[in-house]
Ligand binder design. Structure first.
Ligand code: SAM
Length: 330
């Protein structure tokens, strides 16, 4: 799909897609080593030559000016692990964006709670795959469940809207679908089930096929306990949303069962300054060298890069990639 036009200063492709949502991977390093993200025996390290906080803020500023980005999600790796987090958060919150959010595994939330609450960020996503302490350690291969739960409480007490991301896996944590749903409903949290994506090391192993737990299976599991109806979602939402009358809502990010490529407005910036137009395409383009330039010099070059990044998006199906989420911002 070739991008064809610039409409109202926006770069738009034939499917009407432009870049509106930016995900920035603050660091590729992580304090967890989740089985679906990191191969056995490996730990995630920071990439060589990470952008500094001010470079990253300048990159976001340029992307707002050039692409019309209005939403930014800070992710990683584990963003709260980065010493740049505080400075970056302040800078990004000062850019006048419509929405700034954070995706974290929650392990360092208690340490950063005040900064986050004081930044006036309104919402946060915490990844949590189980409420069982042993299973938690088996999946994350690090961390402490109670610390994450405490972090969630602090965020809610500070007025932030919390969503929880869970990746259900057959035989691993599929018994946690209802417990995590009830934990979330009781606290006014929206739980989002993410279908296991065939990314990174999963591509070369039978694990994805064995553990993949589909949207239909998730819905069948929930329907044994609750009635629900599907609700409307915004054009560029990745989640299919459901309401359980009188209880709350939940969502499913059904990469395989109901791909959202047609409406995808996401752009990703890696911690070392590479832009990715599609999670399912390993092609990237560096914008590091544009950062010291004046806007007059940088914007036209960035436009060319964005046109080509938009062409990297898939038409309708998510097929997975060898790239690992931590590099390009999960
Ligand atoms: N460290 C942060 C966290 O844990 O939320 C941010 C980065 S993490 C890569 C972002 C999200 O990607 C997490 O919710 C994680 O569960 C999800 N993720 C990573 N690999 C995945 C895969 N193969 N399939 C589905 N979700 C995946």
């Amino acid at each position: 799909m070739n991008p064809v036009a610039e409409e109202n200063n926006l770069i738009v492709d034939r499917q009407g897609r432009s870049f509106r949502n930016l995900r920035i991977s603050l660091t590729a390093a992580c304090n967890y080593a989740c089985t679906y993200c990191v191969p056995d025996g490996k730990r995630l390290q920071a990439a060589a030559y990470e952008l500094g906080a001010q470079e990253m803020i300048q990159a976001v500023r340029l992307l707002i000016a050039t692409a019309g980005i209005d939403k930014v999600r800070i992710t990683g790796g584990e963003p709260l692990l980065s010493p740049k987090f505080g400075e970056l958060l302040k800078g990004i919150m000062g850019l006048g964006l419509q929405d700034v959010s954070l995706t974290t595994n929650g392990q360092l939330l208690p340490r950063h709670a005040n900064d986050i609450i004081e930044s006036k960020m309104k919402r946060i996503n915490v990844s949590l795959d189980t409420l069982n302490r042993d299973a938690f350690r088996d999946i994350a291969r690090s961390g402490d469940l109670n610390t994450v739960l405490h972090g969630i409480e602090l965020m809610q007490a500070g007025g932030l809207k919390v969503k929880i991301n869970m990746v259900p896996m057959r035989g691993v944590n599929d018994d946690q679908i209802i417990p995590l749903l009830e934990y979330s409903l009781e606290r006014g949290i929206e739980l989002r089930f993410i279908e296991l994506m065939n990314m990174g090391h999963l591509q070369a192993s039978p694990v994805h096929g064995q553990q993949f737990y589909s949207m239909d299976e998730i819905l069948a599991c929930i329907s044994e306990r609750y009635g629900f109806t599907r609700t409307d979602a915004p054009f560029d939402s990745t989640a299919v949303r459901y309401e359980i009358p009188g209880h709350g809502t939940f969502g499913i990010i059904a990469n395989e069962s109901e791909p959202f490529c047609k409406n995808c407005t996401r752009l990703r910036l890696s911690s070392n300054g590479d832009l990715y137009g599609c999670l399912s395409n390993a092609r990237s383009q560096s914008i590091r060298e544009l950062l010291p330039l004046s806007d007059e010099e940088a914007v036209p070059q960035l436009q060319t890069i964005l046109l080509s990044a938009l062409g990297d998006k898939q038409s309708d199906n998510f097929s997975g990639e060898v790239t690992v989420m931590k590099f390009i911002g999960g």
